[in-house]
Design a protein around this ligand. Structure first.
Ligand code: GLY
Ligand code: MN
Ligand code: MN
Length: 353
């Protein structure tokens, strides 16, 4: 991991790479604290933390030099710049504020701060076996929590009660947090792809879109199922089966070498043939790892071939304003030959009697 960063540093003649972005700090050093600076030089690797995290950093990042921030973060950076006689420093332009950059430039005259993008995101795309295990455990908890919820879904229960129950069960099953606020969209509210659960009470005839995930040892999961309350009508079945067909076709095709765009197109064409292309307005999927949305994307804008070891969602949907919606989402890991589903749960339409 550090070798790739160091060779990139060499390519742009920089002396060090610094990161202040929490996810990258964790990814690079395993330190989970809320503040700190990572320094990677050609022959140095240092984690700067403040008093609150001194002991935790020693524990979590034993292979790193830990420096305790004495006064300001800038003073500690000055110490590192001085010690390594650094003249060109690569920073992450997506995560450094304009204000922070101005502070550095003002304080370190003669040092050039060189913007870089995606160095760490690129590394994070392909997961290690250990990362896949954690994501799979998060996925397993998510599936268990949704299965446990099904018996309590009844006409009269409010969306917000269902969302609370899901969060509680995921935590009970060992998750450290929800990966995002659960989405519960019942009846016409299902047409909002990211419906915020509200006071609406479930009624006979509703589709209910439930989209949820949790964090387990830092890693996220993501799962959506759409259920129906009472016997589905012909239109509900038609739309559900179209989304399911699109999802199954994308899963069947998904393998290394295909681009995100190609996989997205497979699902999109099926939805288009059924006449609903204007009602599938988001991309097919996204990477999942330390963050719920990360690279690579399964979208019309990703023309890069997918590599074995990437973890992505496959989540087509059809949304009809005023009527409701259907989304079916699984989390999968791309293997050498195809993909393995991490969210093992039925996709037969679940009917709440
Ligand atoms: N939970 C949002 C999504 O599925 O991307
Ligand atoms: Mn989701
Ligand atoms: Mn998703």
């Amino acid at each position: 991991m550090l070798e790739q960063i160091r060779s990139r540093l060499a390519e742009i003649s920089c002396d060090a790479f610094i990161s202040t972005y929490r996810t990258h700090r964790r990814y690079l050093t395993k330190f989970t604290g809320s503040a700190g600076l990572v320094w990677i030089g050609h022959d140095s690797k240092t984690l700067v933390v403040d008093f609150r995290y001194a002991e935790q950093a020693e524990e979590q990042s034993p292979d790193w030099e830990i420096i305790l921030q004495k006064t300001t973060a800038e003073d500690t950076l000055a110490e590192l710049i001085g010690r390594h006689k650094a003249r060109r420093i690569a920073f992450e332009s997506e995560y450094v504020t304009v204000d922070q950059l101005a502070k550095w430039q003002e304080k370190f005259e003669g040092v050039e701060f060189v913007p870089t993008k995606n160095w760490v995101a690129e590394l994070r795309k392909v997961k290690t076996a250990d990362e896949i295990e954690k994501i799979a455990a998060a996925a397993q908890i998510t599936v268990q929590a949704l299965n446990a919820l099904i018996p309590s879904i009844k006409p009269g229960i409010a969306e917000i009660e269902l969302a609370l129950e899901l969060e509680y069960t995921m935590r009970k099953l060992g998750a450290e947090a929800a990966a995002f606020d659960p989405i519960v969209g019942s009846g016409p509210r299902g047409a909002l792809p990211h419906a915020i659960p509200g006071e609406r009470r479930v009624q006979v005839g509703d589709f209910i879109v439930i989209d949820m995930g949790c964090v387990y040892q830092g890693y996220c999961s993501d799962l959506t199922r759409t259920l129906v309350v009472g016997k589905p009508d012909a239109k509900q079945l038609e739309i559900y089966n179209t989304v399911l067909k699109a999802q199954l076709a994308a899963l069947e095709a998904l393998r290394p070498g295909l681009t995100g765009k190609e996989v997205d197109t497979i699902a999109r064409e099926i939805i288009k043939e059924a006449g609903y292309d204007r009602n599938f307005g988001h991309s097919l999927g996204h990477g999942v790892g330390l963050e719920i949305h990360e690279e690579p994307r399964l979208s019309q804008y990703n023309e890069e071939p997918l590599a074995p070891g990437v973890v992505v969602t496959v989540e087509p949907g059809i949304y009809l304003p005023g009527w409701g919606g259907v989304r079916i989402e699984d989390l999968v890991v791309v293997t050498d030959e195809g993909c393995d589903i991490l969210t093992n749960m039925t996709k037969e339409l679940i009917v709440i009697e």
